[in-house]
Design a protein around this ligand. Structure first.
Ligand code: NAD
Ligand code: MG
Length: 388
């Protein structure tokens, strides 16, 4: 039995907990050595995880949480640390496999640190590719860090993407559940609160990605993620609404074949795949029962109610740092919505305004370029909140 060293960045989140659950299951057959576990405010859970999995180090990004973490792990021999620099240091510790499960652009720098060592990166954090694009890929290529997609759509595409027949690939089709407001009229969407927006019909996920599904910015980010992950042109990327979330995405070929990956909506399938690749192993998820589901529905997305998809295409056409601006403006607007400062439809309005105002940047060549664009987009949104 070979021992594999593993770190989970964002271990206390939805992806992080699912990752540890798969590791728990696989540990019956295999040995994992847990290097770093990282989290934020939920220090109690982080400490519990560190003890259960015998982590070498547990890190919270919040310095004010250090005392709590340290006392929770006193006497265990597990190293503790807090703050952004400590997080980067822990993320950069040698490991064979690293789950990038931090939410938002905050996940970029730690994932880059993990890539420095040539670790296999299980990429749940889509913002690395959205905002970092080719720069992020180049950094991974430089060290031979292999990226395995965990986002369910990209994981599905990865499973049916015939690299040897790349020339014959015409399109990738990303499926979207349509979120909780799939059939809501605009007037009702305008009044939606955080609770309604976070109420995803099929997937159980973190708060922010759940609301991103309601605006369909999640799909917008995934279009850009797919572009880079699979080196395909923007006009080869389609989105189709599929309310059951059973078909996780598809690849269309020149002979008319469309290959799809199906499964119950449970992230542990994609995580188990990334942890087992290139093999497959047993994962304890519910089995798909198509007779019980009986029907699968598909519909074209409504871009009047969900302008995010159009904004993603505009960001890809503008290229450079525009996808980073789009994402950071979205993150700032989403925070404002969660804090009840703006309405649901204002999220897309603010993103569009930010994209109109901030333009003309070259593609990023450093992390600092992305950090600058992030700052600019957040400042713009902060200033525009009053006028919306
Ligand atoms: P989550 O909010 O449940 O968890 C986020 C994790 O990141 C937590 O451990 C939190 O402590 C940590 N974190 C938050 N802010 C941080 C910061 N500033 N610095 C360092 N750590 C921080 O999020 P999630 O739903 O697990 O999503 C994680 C990532 O995976 C996102 O990029 C999301 O888009 C992507 N993703 C998630 C799912 C899902 O099923 N949840 C599916 C596909 C993709
Ligand atoms: Mg997804």
């Amino acid at each position: 039995m070979t021992t594999r060293s593993v770190s989970v960045l964002g271990s206390t989140g939805s992806i992080g907990c699912n990752t540890l659950d798969v590791i728990r299951h696989f540990s019956e057959h295999d040995e994992f050595e847990i290097v770093a576990l990282t989290g934020g405010n939920n220090v109690k859970l982080l400490a519990r995880q560190a003890v259960e999995f015998g982590a070498a180090i547990a890190v919270t990004v919040h310095e004010h949480k250090y005392g709590e973490l340290k006392s929770a792990l006193a006497g265990t021999g597990i190293e503790t640390a807090a703050g952004a620099t400590a997080l980067l240091e822990a993320a950069g510790r040698p490991a064979d496999w690293v789950m990038a499960g931090i939410v938002g652009i905050a996940g970029l720098a730690p994932t880059l640190e993990a890539a420095r060592n040539g670790a296999t990166i299980a990429l749940a954090n889509k913002e690395c590719l959205v905002s970092g694009g080719k720069f992020f890929l180049d950094r991974c290529n430089r060290t031979g860090a292999k990226i395995l997609p965990v986002d369910s759509e990209h994981n599905a595409i990865f499973q049916v993407f015939e690299e040897r027949n790349r020339e014959a690939i015409e399109r990738v089709v990303l499926t979207a559940s349509g979120g909780p407001f799939r059939d809501w009229p605009l007037e009702k969407m305008a009044l939606a609160d955080t609770q309604a927006a976070a109420n995803h019909p099929n997937w159980s996920m973190g708060l922010k990605i759940s609301i991103d599904s309601a605006t369909m910015f999640n799909k917008a980010l995934e279009m850009i993620e797919a572009r880079h992950m699979f080196a395909i042109a923007p006009n080869q990327i389609e989105v189709i609404v599929h309310p059951q979330s059973v078909v996780h995405s598809m690849v269309g070929y020149a002979d008319g074949s469309v290959l799809a990956q199906l499964g119950c909506p449970d992230m542990r399938t994609a995580i188990g795949y990334a942890l087992s690749w290139p093999q497959r192993r047993h994962v304890p998820v519910e089995r798909l029962d198509l007779a019980a589901i009986a029907r699968l529905d598909f519909a074209a997305p409504d871009e009047t109610r969900f302008p995010a998809l159009r904004l993603a295409r505009e960001a890809m056409a503008a290229d450079g740092l525009m996808p980073a601006v789009m994402n950071s403006a979205k993150e700032a607007a989403l925070d404002a919505f969660i804090e009840r400062k703006i309405g649901f439809l204002d999220i897309a309005r603010l993103v569009e305004k930010a994209m109109k105002r901030i333009s003309g940047h070259n593609p990023p060549t450093s992390l600092e370029d992305i950090v600058e664009a992030d700052k600019e987009a957040r400042q713009f949104v902060g200033g525009a909140l009053e006028t919306i």
